[in-house]
Design a protein. Sequence first.
Length: 260
Amino acid sequence: MSVIGFLIALLIPSLKRSVDLASATVCRHNLREIGHSLSLYRYENDGWLPTVQRKELSIEVHGATQPWFGKLYPTYLGDPLVLRCPRDPFGFRMQQIGSPMDDPQVADYVSYGINDFIMTSGGGMLADVDRHVPKRPLDTILVADIGPDDARGAPRAGTGTSAGPSRNGSLLMWSDGFDPFSNKPDNSWLTTRHGHGINMLTLAEGVREVRTVDMLRSPVRRHYGNCAAGGCTFCNYLKLYHYSFARDHLFWWTGPLPTE
């Protein structure tokens, strides 16, 4: 190997790490912008997040109901490309959008999803987050990178050049029925988009790096010791299968649910 070839071989890993770091930084910035826009929306809407109904976000339904981010743009979120993570392999779909983001199908094109439990449970009751506050709001998942990032075996959203995996209307399901030991062709929304994990935004607008690579190698469970100890509603009250992010001190919801 020539000296130049040797130097190039040394530089390539370093350059790749620099690109990965830059992409992750942009992603975290995007999440902070989304968090800020959600806070503005809450301030002007009596503490409510922009609620959605899952049935209205089906890619087979083309009603007038907007996805959650469609209610932010353009009043609270000026740049729609903030909804695109630079590491999203299907991010090009966002650049193809030339119309207002009020089509439910567009919800499968963005790179980020919002906590489905907050947005749809009890008819969206928990989205009134100023009234119904979890026990650990600083550690409550609000928005995160959403996949699938692999189109193999996944249902396709859109037509023509917009084809790609569907993303559940940009809603983060707590388990999405994913079983890593199943022969089902469905892909989980959970990815390892940034090396070994993803980025998450909390209800308090904090952004964290979350390791997910181990979750994709393990079965989803109803109960995790460290998750339950942190006050996880799914572990302690609902007994639902769910992904646990307790190792990074993040939870879908904590404490008992409101009764009204």
